[in-house]
Write a protein that binds this ligand. Structure first.
Ligand code: PEP
Ligand code: MG
Length: 685
């Protein structure tokens, strides 16, 4: 059966609405096709995001949907309903709807402190000194000829795709091993692109016209990637780079050349300079030969930076085009933590950098050796050092690196990259697997923190102009008990026999924390009424990451068992600097006295009510911040597993009375920069 409808979404069937439409279509077994009548487009597979995006449906375009199969009546009705309800989007003026809510990686440059010193964004900490190697973006030439036999070209493409798939699988395994499973997931998405029905269908059509496989494949990849890169939805826009990456990988096998990794075959250990790096390029390099990465584009949340952190290679990103003018083999000093690259360093600068580097290495080696020991300050105060994780693999890694528990289990991992919400039982199994690894160590589980820059198409979240200030985290969960209750029940069930604490993200008001606690009672009652075993006594806490909660922390402290300070969000909201926007990245330093004063206020309020306080934002693992946080009196530091050995080593060099003096001093300072300088001065040996 066929339906003809008019799409009234302001941006048409682009980005988020397309993803929602596809997710709705996938729920049915029928074959579903869609075409753009206004543009007289070809039919597209309605279950493929690439397909739906490709027909370019704009506002007021008429579309036709064709549904064939056993459940066609239900499918047609559901899709009509979805389109008529604007796929969950509000109707807002086209101009406003077109504003990107998430910055695309664009080149940019921060103020230079001198001609030789380039400032970028810290990507991964560490110091490197060595020759520059300019990563050449050598695209392979695409041979193009006609008069080809379809079967031969199709078979060539299939075997190239298979070879690419094998390579992606081993790349995924390598990254899972070196950097962690969540970092490796990007290659799962790449494998999905290899099989995208729309892409393959288009390729097949052109192969029938007698063109060779290389030309057809790359034309289709480029065309689709161009469509994606123009989308304002960053998640989809970012997929353009991934799709091109996959395209090149297959092309490499079709042509028998190896462009994808060629430039990374470094003869000597070097500082790799690039405009930007794809995840494959970053992942396929020989870790022992890359001293550091420096990129002109990209932000701190770009894949290069994330992978570099996990691989423990220093990185500075977003350096602007200036970095591309360095000469091959020119000596550079890269300071990852400072986000700084020094060109033509003087002899004394090199000596100083070498000194810092060997000190860091020594500290790290020693720290690794003693990572399983507790972190006790010189004057005998034990500080709990725990991990931020998002998967069972990371929980194992955290234990290996000396985590004494989990300070933040981000549960979003269970909900992302899928078409429907995870069932209660599926969640139960996933939580239990992590709790079993941690045995009786404390685990703080955060309930779903979705929204902001994390979208779930199946939740039909409205498109928002300021998602970080919008319907996010607890705000969604309190309204969507169909999502919240199964999560709470699964957690309470999995908590039996373990030491689990539950905390709620993005609490802004007292009403919210009370409602969240009531939701836990409701989940407990439901389990009790069915005689399902569950943990009766679970500590309930909240993340303090919104200034209103920080300022009112004395009142909130009476409501909860603990606070965990989310410095990432607390900083973005205090400084009004969106955390994913690299243009305001320098405003987002959590060492700003304004943020530190709030942390002090929260900690004091908690202690006055006999509660404990942890830090689970990035500040918790920031080497400069640790002595200050100890001086402020926080009880627990939670961080990515890789930083635990270093954090424990730093704690062992501190004594609480000096840390208190340092905290008092920096709380009176005026800028994040002077705070960091004061810490450096105070901790110099
Ligand atoms: C934070 O905001 O500091 C935090 C830990 O939460 P997330 O980074 O997941 O928002
Ligand atoms: Mg947060």
């Amino acid at each position: 059966m066929k339906l003809q409808l008019v799409v009234i979404n302001p941006t048409g069937l682009h980005a988020r609405p397309a993803a929602i439409f596809t997710a709705a279509a996938k729920k049915f077994e029928s074959t579903i096709r869609i075409r753009n009548l206004t543009k007289e487009s070809e039919w597209a597979n309605a279950k493929s995001v690439l397909g739906v995006l490709g027909i370019g449906v704009e506002c007021n375009h008429e579309i036709e949907i064709e549904v064939e199969g056993a459940d066609e009546a239900n499918a047609a009705e559901a899709l009509r309903h979805a389109i008529e309800n604007r796929l969950g989007e509000e109707v807002v003026p086209v101009q406003a709807a077109g504003i990107s809510t998430f910055p695309k990686p664009v080149s940019g440059k921060f103020a230079e402190t001198s001609e030789r010193i380039l400032k970028g964004i810290p990507g991964a900490s560490g110091i490197a000194i060595g020759p520059a190697h300019l990563w050449q973006e050598k695209s392979l030439a695409v041979p193009r000829y006609t008069g080809c036999d379809f079967a031969t070209q199709s078979a060539r493409l299939t075997s190239a795709r298979e070879a690419a798939r094998k390579e992606l699988e081993s790349l995924q395994a390598k990254i899972a091993r070196d950097a962690g499973v969540s970092e490796s997931k990007i290659f799962e998405a790449h494998q999905m692109f290899l099989d995208d029905p729309t892409l393959l269908e288009a390729v097949e059509n052109f192969l029938h016209q007698g063109l060779n496989a290389e030309a057809v494949w790359m034309d289709q990849v480029t065309e689709t990637a161009n469509v994606l890169s123009k989308l304002s939805d960053a998640t989809l826009a970012a997929r353009a780079a991934d799709l091109r990456d996959v395209g090149e990988r297959v092309l490499k096998y079709l042509t028998g050349e190896s462009a994808v990794t060629e430039g990374m075959n470094l003869v000597e250990a070097s500082v790799v300079i690039a405009r930007d790096l794809t995840p494959s390029q970053t992942a396929s390099l020989d870790k022992s030969r890359v001293l550091a990465f420096c990129t002109a584009e990209g932000g701190p949340t770009a894949h290069t930076a994330i992978l570099a952190r996990a691989l423990q290679i220093p990185a500075v990103v977003g350096l602007g085009n200036e970095i591309l003018s360095v000469s091959e083999n020119e000596t550079l000093i890269v300071n990852g933590a400072a986000g700084q690259v020094t060109r033509q360093p003087t002899e004394s600068e090199i000596i100083e950098a070498q000194k810092q580097k060997s000190e860091l290495e020594e500290i790290y080696e020693h720290a690794r050796d003693s990572a399983s020991e507790p972190a006790i300050t010189k004057d005998g105060v034990r500080v709990e050092v725990v991990a931020n994780i998002g998967s069972v693999e990371e929980s194992r890694k955290a234990l290996e690196l000396g985590a004494e528990g989990i300070g933040l289990l981000r549960t979003e991992f269970l909900y992302l990259r899928r078409d429907t919400a995870p069932s209660e039982d599926e969640q139960y199994e996933a939580y239990k697997a992590i709790f079993d690894v941690m045995q009786n160590r404390p685990v703080v589980v955060r309930t779903l923190d979705i929204g902001g820059d994390k979208d779930l198409p199946y939740l039909d979240l409205p498109q928002e102009e300021n998602p970080f200030l919008g319907w996010r985290a607890i705000r969604i969960c309190l309204e969507r008990s169909d999502i919240f209750q199964p999560q709470l029940r699964a957690l309470l069930r999995a908590a039996v026999g373990h030491y689990i604490r539950i905390m709620f993200p993005m609490i802004a008001t007292l009403e919210e924390i009370r409602a969240a606690k009531a939701a836990v009672i409701m989940a407990s009652d439901a389990l009790r009424s069915k005689a399902i075993p569950f943990a009766q006594k679970v500590q309930l806490g909240m993340m303090v990451e919104i200034p209103s909660a920080a300022v009112m922390s004395d009142i909130f402290a009476r409501e909860v068992d603990f606070f965990s300070i989310g410095t990432n969000d607390l900083t973005q909201y205090t400084m009004a600097a969106e955390r994913t926007n690299k243009h305001v990245a320098q405003l987002g330093d959590a060492m700003h006295p304004a943020v530190l004063r709030l942390i002090k206020q929260i900690t004091d309020s908690a202690h006055e009510s006999g509660r404990w306080v942890g830090i689970c934002g990035e500040l918790g693992g920031d080497a400069d911040a640790i002595p200050v946080l100890l001086g402020i009196g926080v009880n627990e530091l939670s961080m990515v597993p890789a930083l635990i050995p270093q954090a424990k080593a730093i704690i062992r060099t501190c004594d609480i009375s000096s840390a208190r003096r340092l905290a008092e001093e920096v709380l009176k300072l005026d800028t994040a920069h002077t705070v960091r300088l004061a810490v450096k001065k105070a901790t110099e040996i």
